[in-house]
Design a protein around this ligand. Structure first.
Ligand SMILES: *Cc1c(COP(=O)(O)O)cnc(C)c1O
Length: 514
């Protein structure tokens, strides 16, 4: 055995410093060059070396071969693909400790570790940050918004089927978790389950597939004028079909445009009362959009604030921490106002060795009974560290800069003769007020537009995601890194967009970097 774990352990003190130096040096580049990728690929072993190559050789291989072939999606402030966030210094510090101490945050054992307490408090700090009441401090950390959406739909499924059972007066079946979906929906006289939404994220549709709703049963109830806005009349007429138990899902931050599905407390009250009337569950996918709630109450941000207003009236909320909170992957969160319901769904039954001791503080549930996993990473610690270090005002400053940069770009694109700012609007001021931290752009010329994302990304100065909007290709510029700088980054983005227009039909084949 070639590996001396003791010897490698003493290097841990330098780990944070090393990671930090690597990330500083790499700030400017966005994608690895083709050469680095090819070299890294060639060095990957084809089989396991039985004796091991030792820690020193492994470290050299990783630093010299693998690291140059990683992208800088979290490290560079100019990576605008997907919504990747970054990693704050406090979060990086905490995350290194999470690996070093390797706590399993599974059962609340007050005499063994403080980890479950820290996780519970971190959820509370997040509830504070988002401006919710303490009734919302009922949830868990997940691997991301996809898992959080699964939790939301699973809790919602439990609730809506039970509501249907109660309305029919069926006694013996108490829960979907216990009796199974088939027996429960049959007893309730239901023909199935469905989700009513407007422009839901793909992960919500995936969750519908996993949980027995069926991807085909995610139905659009949008208005004719705007595919993201609810048509409340249409929603109500769908809800009147009582043969299907229903979850209504709100896209609080639509991933292509960054726009919001709802428009303030009045609409939220209307949605709430429709859900109450027809026994539906109201779920919010607020992966990145929910953080609009931390903005100050100023005219500059009033349209965004309206988009997240009244979310406290929902039943459940899915969010991401590895996006806007800038903690490392993977970290999402799930909250619900219904205390105890998650326990009925996710109860890890009949494992005596996995129960908390006599001193278990019942107000803190064991995470294994309220979420998918049993064994879990201490992913709450980076969230805890970053919130403690920077507070709500630190995060407010970051989000303001991101929005201001997005609006600078959106305004410039709007005025540009060769580009469209999407969704197309006539009124520039209105367009700007609606702009959150995503800008959706297309080129007016079809040929240029077809290659737009590829040509932008080939510069390796910035990275954008290609998507499509109303049948045409489009580019998403999603700003989610804490290192954002309005003026510096605007100049970089503008220059790239100008150059790509000047290049015209020229096709850039080989990405270069640095
Ligand atoms: C990113 C995102 C998701 C999925 O989140 P993961 O962290 O990738 O699991 C869900 N909904 C929305 C709106 C998102 O932006």
């Amino acid at each position: 055995m070639n590996v001396n774990i003791e010897a490698s352990a003493k290097d841990h003190g330098q780990l944070h410093q090393t990671l930090w130096e690597i990330s500083q040096a790499a700030q400017r580049a966005v994608l690895p060059d083709a050469q680095s990728l090819a070299r890294a690929r060639a060095t990957l072993p084809r089989s396991l070396d039985g004796n091991g190559i030792g820690f020193d050789a492994t470290r050299r291989h990783i630093l010299e071969d693998i690291v140059p072939a990683l992208n800088h999606s979290s490290i560079s402030p100019n990576y605008y693909g997907f919504v990747t966030g970054g990693v704050t210094p406090a979060a990086l510090f905490a995350d290194s400790l999470v690996s070093a101490y390797d706590q399993n945050v599974q059962v609340h054992l007050t005499e063994h570790t403080i980890a479950t307490d820290v996780e519970f408090v971190a959820l509370g700090l997040l509830v504070d940050l988002l401006g919710f009441d303490l009734e919302w401090q009922n949830g868990t950390f997940t691997t991301g918004a996809t898992a959080s959406n699964i939790l939301g739909l699973a809790c919602g499924r439990e609730y809506v089927v039970r509501t249907a059972l109660a309305r029919k007066g069926v006694a013996p079946i108490k829960s979907v978790g216990e009796s199974g979906l088939f027996e429960a929906i049959q007893a309730a006289g239901l023909s199935g389950l469905r989700i009513l939404s407007t422009m839901p994220h793909s992960s919500l549709v995936k969750a519908a597939g996993i949980l027995g709703f069926g991807r085909a049963n995610v139905k659009d109830v949008s208005s004719k004028e705007d595919p993201l806005q609810f048509d409340l009349e249409r929603l109500e007429s769908e809800l009147q079909r009582q043969d299907k138990a229903t979850i209504v899902a709100i896209s609080c931050g639509e991933v292509n445009t960054g726009h919001f599905a709802t428009d303030g407390i009045r609409e939220m009250r209307a949605l709430r009362s429709l859900c109450d009337k027809y026994g539906a569950w109201l779920h919010v996918d607020g992966a990145f959009g929910i953080f609009g709630r931390i903005l100050p109450d100023t005219p500059e941000f009033s349209t965004i604030k309206k988009g997240c207003e009244g979310i406290e009236l929902a039943d459940s909320l899915a969010g991401d921490a590895h996006k806007f909170l800038n903690v490392p992957y993977d970290c999402g969160f799930f909250f619900s106002r219904h205390r105890g319901l998650a326990m009925d769904v996710f109860q890890n039954a009949n494992a005596a060795y996995l129960t908390g001791g006599k001193s278990e503080v019942q107000s803190i549930p064991s995470p294994l009974n309220i979420g998918i996993e049993n064994s879990r990473r201490f992913r709450a610690l980076p969230v805890y560290a970053s919130l403690l270090a920077y507070g709500s005002s630190g995060y407010q400053v970051i989000l303001q800069k991101q929005i201001r940069l997005a609006r600078k770009i959106a305004g410039w694109v709007f005025d540009h003769p060769k580009y469209n700012a999407l969704p197309e609007e006539n009124d520039k001021q209105e367009m700007l007020e609606r702009t959150f931290m995503v800008v959706l752009v297309s080129a007016k010329d079809d040929d240029l537009n077809r290659r737009l994302a590829a040509n932008i990304n080939a510069t390796s100065k910035i990275f954008v995601s290609g998507t499509s909007w109303k049948g045409r290709p489009a580019c998403r510029i999603a700003i989610s890194n804490w290192r954002v700088d309005e003026d510096r980054d605007f100049d970089i983005i503008r220059e790239v967009l100008e150059n790509v227009v000047e290049m015209g039909d020229e096709r850039v084949e080989h990405p270069t970097c640095r």
